[in-house]
Design a protein around this ligand. Sequence first.
Ligand SMILES: [Zn+2]
Ligand SMILES: [Zn+2]
Length: 502
Amino acid sequence: MEGPGPGSQCRNHNHGPHPLGFGRLGACAHENKDLVKAREALPLIADSSNCDIVKATQYGIFERCKELVEAGYDVRQPDKENVSLLHWAAINNRLDLVKFYISKGAVVDQLGGDLNSTPLHWAIRQGHLPMVILLLQYGADPTLIDGEGFSGIHLAVLFQHMPIIAYLISKGQSVNMTDLNGQTPLMLSAHKVLGPEPTGFLLKFNPSLSVVDKVHQNTPLHWAVAAGNVNAVDKLLEAGSSLDIRNVKGETPLDMALQNKNQLIIHMLKAEAKMRANTKFRLWRWLQKCQNIITLAETGCLDFRTFCTSCLIRKPLRSLHCHVCNSCVARYDQHCLWTGRCIGFGNHHYYIFFLLFLSILCDWIIYDSFNYWSIHCTTTFREDGLWTYLNQIVACSPWVLYIFMLAAFHFSWSTFLLFNQLFQIAFLGLTSHERSSLLKQSRHTKQPFSLRRTPYNLGFTQNLADFFRCGCFGLVKPCAVDWTTQYTMVFHPAKEKVLRSV
Ligand SMILES: [Zn+2]
Ligand SMILES: [Zn+2]
């Protein structure tokens, strides 16, 4: 014989421990009074031969039940609590008794108990999968709604009986079945059961994420947000729930989270919205690029010497694709180690100012370091010689020496680069990349070659005016060329051939 009765059944039924949470507590609150009564009702019985049929059913004493039924007991007759024998057999997982009672005329979907439930509802609440299977085989209707408005699958969700959820869905029960309030199992799970399951489990059956309930017109995501169910929010966002649907009050899930002041959920929803916007933007960029390729191809301009295969765009003149920045850079100069960015048309003049001010700063530090030593150290280079002088300034202030050395190091490269850049800009009208490319090419040509004879060299003052985009009292006017959109030469067209090869 199995355990002593439904009380024990209720405590020992085999569907694992329930996590604490209001969902489960909510479910317990729903747990019908019949179950409570069943628990209270059963002291151990010493002599099974005298017990009544309800007790015999609860305890699964098949012979005694058979004896009473054959003696004329009507199996359809409910007890004083309006509970049928089939209910007691179902809640206690008495498979043989269920078969026996049905063979004797018991009604499978008999309503009973305080919640007006069927035996199937009772079996589902208790998580008895074998009993659910048996009752369905006998034609029990899983779509029937109990006194609380829940169908079988809703109860399985509330009580977190995953095997029963899976079985009911596999038997054809709709995963989007609504309860009396129009809530689907997914909404119920997101609202009532804290934690990732059974929300995550239900999502495997492809439920509707955008369906709304009858009363509040909330989506499952709204319900998860309303309950502060972080795990369910996470699962629903991962499954692609819409962030834009508004409920009957016109609120999106984010509006609800802001009202509830749930910072974690607010952060999750905002981060998801940002990520989706980026994805949309990337898709838009991709479509733009496709359109670009079509236009270039159809106008005969799709030349792979001037087409960037990484950015899928037509490269502007003087531009280069930087693989570190993963972008085409207009009038490319270099990828700068010191700034970690590319130097090009947009920021080249700032780079010159950076080098200029860095040189001035380092120069100033060097000058003041010498001043410090001359005031605070009792030695001079002329009187004591180099070795003594160095020893003295190390002993005088190691920190000043350290700063001096740093300044000297940065002064050396920044000054060198500054003069190099100014020379290229003013005298050659070239970028660093163009200069080095032309120098490389010149090694392979036998003809005499001058870096100054390129179409970009417009003379010292014009080069400077163009570069810094400023005139000089009307004497020089900058030539406004936008190198981000310049695809062909606008001046010195005869020299375009030279440029193409740069
Ligand atoms: Zn590119
Ligand atoms: Zn770069």
